[in-house]
Ligand binder design. Sequence first.
Ligand SMILES: [Zn+2]
Length: 103
Amino acid sequence: MTCPQCHEHVPAGALFTSTGLSQIVCEKCATHLKPKPLSAILVFVLSFGLAELAMLGLKKFGAAYWLTFVGFFVVFAAVFIVGAPALLRLQPKERKANPVATG
Ligand SMILES: [Zn+2]
């Protein structure tokens, strides 16, 4: 991921904070960023799809019911952690519309 403002690399750690994806801040220029909706959906769909496949695979091999759920969440988290920094595209967070006309 790169910052759209200063074009510096944004570390993956910036994504995984206690505030989640809604509070990404560039370490270099302190711009508040947010993921582009389409890229966020793509990451989510990919994580969900692969997790679903893992769950079906575990079922096929006769894994216990709880184990298929564990597999689902492990794969979901793993794909999200790996895929989010690779696939997410960032954009600056738009400021609240200023009601006072400038100029
Ligand atoms: Zn920046």
